[in-house]
Design a protein around this ligand. Structure first.
Ligand SMILES: Cc1cc2nc3c(=O)[nH]c(=O)nc-3n(C[C@H](O)[C@H](O)[C@H](O)COP(=O)(O)O)c2cc1C
Length: 297
């Protein structure tokens, strides 16, 4: 089955969940424009997630998804809300959805994990997931070690369920390339950071608009948790600390709360401004609809 049919969407594009960022405004705008909007559940309790889902449903009658960042400690609570609210699509990141899979599938949700390599893609196919997002390390946020160009064709050859390409997709050329590599669709994060509807401070959007091709860096490699974000004072400090052998605890002290400082306060010095390498190509604020239509024109 094609990914558009599977998900009930017009264009084969998923708005990648962005922790604390992809709230109802962006999600409903993407779904209304014919893609699949995906709500973040990071930092939410049960009541807040339920409220966000209700708001999406007030703003669109189109399908949408909820993302589970599996490193979070309250995933069972989030799953409870998703099942109660009968959310049609669940995307998972940073772990295996196996413990929650039956509960979600029996409720009728399509389950789509993000995978960083072929062996995990095969395990996910065996589990029975509906599709996988093969995400290359060009992407913003938590990353694996393969590039989109090498990962997508190898995953497409290895499994028989739909593959969605992610990482570094910012325009129609990259969408076309993804399809040529064997993907059925794309997942896009960074390009949506500057959507009109994305609820983040102007300073965050401006950093993305100002970014060049080499404006991102990977922090957290020394603690086994690599994250790609825009270079700023915080990133420079962390990279120095990593070079001089700082401990996980010392790095965590600096990183804790840094995403909130970016997303809620727009603090360009101490915030963690996650974004992918394609930020260098993004230089205009547009509506989610304009972003999607440009990719499929
Ligand atoms: C700011 C930001 C936050 C992200 N947070 C999450 C997250 O919470 N869960 C997740 O599965 N993926 C997360 N991602 C990854 C995106 O969903 C998506 O797969 C990725 O951005 C695609 O690559 P691109 O940034 O090159 O478009 C995040 C990406 C960004 C840029």
């Amino acid at each position: 089955m094609t990914i558009t049919k599977l998900l009930g969407i017009k264009y084969p594009i998923i708005q990648g969940s962005m922790a604390r960022i992809s709230r109802h405004e962006l999600v409903s705008a993407v779904s209304n424009a014919g893609g699949l909007g995906v709500l973040t559940s990071v930092g939410m309790d049960k009541a807040e997630l339920a409220h966000q889902i209700d708001l999406v449903r007030q703003e669109t009658d189109k399908p949408f998804g909820v993302n589970l960042m599996l490193q979070q400690s309250n995933i069972p609570d989030m799953v409870e809300v998703i099942v109660e609210k009968k959310v049609p699509v669940v995307l998972t990141g940073a772990g295996t959805p196996a413990p929650y899979f039956d509960q979600l599938h029996i409720m009728g949700a399509k389950v789509i994990p993000v995978i960083p390599n072929v062996s995990i893609a095969k395990k996910m196919e065996e589990l029975g997931v509906d599709a996988v997002v093969a995400e290359g390390m060009e992407s913003g946020g938590h990353i694996g070690q393969m590039t989109t160009m090498t990962l997508v064709p190898q995953v497409a050859d290895a499994i028989n369920i739909p593959v969605i390409a992610a990482g570094g997709i910012g325009d129609r050329r990259a969408v076309a390339a993804s399809l040529v590599l064997g993907a059925q669709g794309v997942q896009v994060g960074t390009a949506f950071l500057v959507a009109k509807e994305t609820p983040i401070p102007d300073s965050y959007k401006q950093m993305v608009l100002d970014a060049q091709d080499t404006s991102t860096a990977i922090t957290g490699l020394t603690i086994g948790d690599p994250v790609r974000g825009l270079k700023n004072d915080l990133v420079t400090k962390i990279l120095k600390m990593e070079q001089t052998g700082s401990t996980k605890e010392e790095l965590r002290d600096l990183l804790d709360g840094s995403l909130s400082k970016a997303v809620y306060e727009g603090n360009t010095q101490t915030g963690s401004f996650m974004a992918g390498e394609i930020a260098g190509e993004i230089n205009q604020i547009k509506s989610a609809k304009e972003i999607i239509e440009a990719m499929f024109s």
